[in-house]
Design a protein around this ligand. Sequence first.
Ligand code: ZN
Length: 198
Amino acid sequence: MGVAEVLPIRLYGDPILRKKARPVEDFSEIPEIAASMFETMFEAGGVGLAGPQVGLQKRIFVAALYHDEPEEGEEEIPLKARVKDQYVLVNPRITFAEGEAVGTEGCLSLPGLYSDEVPRNFRVRVEYQDEHGEPKVLEAEDYLARIIQHEFDHLEGVLFFDRLPPELRRQFLEENRAELARMQREAKAFLRELAGKR
Ligand SMILES: [Zn+2]
């Protein structure tokens, strides 16, 4: 992996998105991996990105909060230049969670698909290691807590629509059936191409 390269994002249908990611033990490549994950996330316009989404079965995710977009008519600022806070969480463990909140989520592995009904805890505490392996604790609420729970789920092979109540989950899969099938075909084609390169 080169320095901070944009990586291909794995789409719904790629089996790695349903696998449990493995703990990171060797941190030697983690700063470089995190830099590439940030580049990939900024390029795709996301607020979070987990290892499995770029084909890494590792327990790592990155996340960012951004300053507001400029008003209409003002000059556009690239997403990267609007970063307010950014996070790298390796081997995260959610050690405390409370409160309930229903909100909107999308996913870079399910581009264009959203649900407004995803239930999450309102507040979480997460213990993790930074990109150098240093132990850290982060307490988050509301939007950041939602991002953390969404990304943490990726490390367990869980996607946001899995969190919907059964009836809404069924509805989500039904309403987006064609688009999901298209992603599955694209994911398969990508994997075939990848296998061909090896
Ligand atoms: Zn996601």
